[in-house]
Design a protein around this ligand. Structure first.
Ligand SMILES: [Zn+2]
Length: 292
């Protein structure tokens, strides 16, 4: 069903931004808070992700995730010297982040709705991580999950949810007084990919698009302070982009990866939406804390 208000600030001052961004979905922009959102604003259900065959589904569902070594969370000061702090990872996926967080002394509780990713996460047999097929709504059903956390993380997840305001308030309630909310979000520049077949980029996968400025404003409205934010081009995403470009232009599968590597170094052959994303950053990483 189409909304006539902004799912974030509830303003009625919304305008179409890209018609038929995806079949059955338009993109709208909110003139009050500048958030860009899918209309209708309805997220995919659990089975959709478990059975998905999008360009990133293979890496989500397998435990290898070698590219996580370049993930911006690895440079985050607030995630170093964990010292037994408890962390809730919402949308833990295949456990690549949990594995890294354990190495830094953090105790991780990972939740996800995607059964395939969860089985990959569990197969890591991490000693300081436990994984649950759970959402923020039914967390209390698990008596071994703590009531409060030192850190809550959400990497490329917030843009998937259809109840942003309830989620952000719930995150706040689960944080200890000096707790941190850390994560990443796709940059609005990624809407440039709409002319290409970047399947997992569109609704019903992604429902909102942000910039550091709109995110800072949104968090502030919910009494959360943004303490650090930085645009980045996580190689995991950029390699998906290059794969899409080569898939579009080539019929010979053996050559695709080789061409993708060449394209990375030969800027003039990269299509302009990708240049824009590369310049502005595909995502941004953030650290925020609850205002006392
Ligand atoms: Zn708004």
């Amino acid at each position: 069903m189409k909304r006539n208000d902004c799912p974030c600030c509830r303003s009625n001052n919304i305008k179409p931004f890209i018609n038929e961004f995806e079949k059955g979905y338009d993109l709208y922009t909110c003139k009050s808070c500048s958030v860009i959102f899918s209309n209708p604003f309805e997220s995919a259900k659990a089975d959709f992700y478990t059975n998905a065959k999008d360009v990133a589904s293979k890496s989500r569902h397998e435990s290898l995730a070698p590219l996580h070594k370049q993930h911006p969370s690895r440079k985050c000061e607030q995630l170093k010297n964990g010292d037994g702090k408890v962390l809730l990872d919402i949308g833990c996926g295949n456990g690549a982040f949990a594995s890294f967080a354990n190495e830094n002394g953090l105790k991780v509780y990972g939740i996800d709705i995607d059964k395939s990713s969860l089985s990959a996460a569990k197969s890591r047999n991490l000693t300081s991580s436990t994984f649950y097929e759970a959402t923020l709504d039914n967390l209390k059903e698990y008596s071994d999950i703590p009531e409060k956390f030192d850190i809550i993380t959400m990497f490329e997840v917030f843009e998937h949810i259809e109840n942003p305001n309830e989620t952000i308030e719930k995150i706040k309630s689960l944080l200890k007084p000096d707790g941190l909310f850390i994560g990443s979000l796709p940059n609005v520049a990624r809407t440039r990919m709409w002319t290409m077949n970047m399947d997992y980029e569109r609704p019903p996968y992604h429902l909102t698009y942000w910039t550091i400025q709109t995110w800072r404003h949104y968090l502030k409205e919910h009494e959360i302070e943004l303490v650090f934010a930085e645009n980045n081009n996580y190689y995991g995403y950029m390699s998906d982009v290059l794969r899409i470009v080569t898939l579009k232009s080539l019929k010979m599968p053996v050559l695709k990866d080789i061409i993708a590597i060449i394209l990375l170094g030969v800027k003039k052959y990269i299509e302009s939406p990708i240049e824009i994303i590369a310049k502005q950053g595909a995502s941004f990483f953030f650290v925020s804390k609850k205002q006392l």
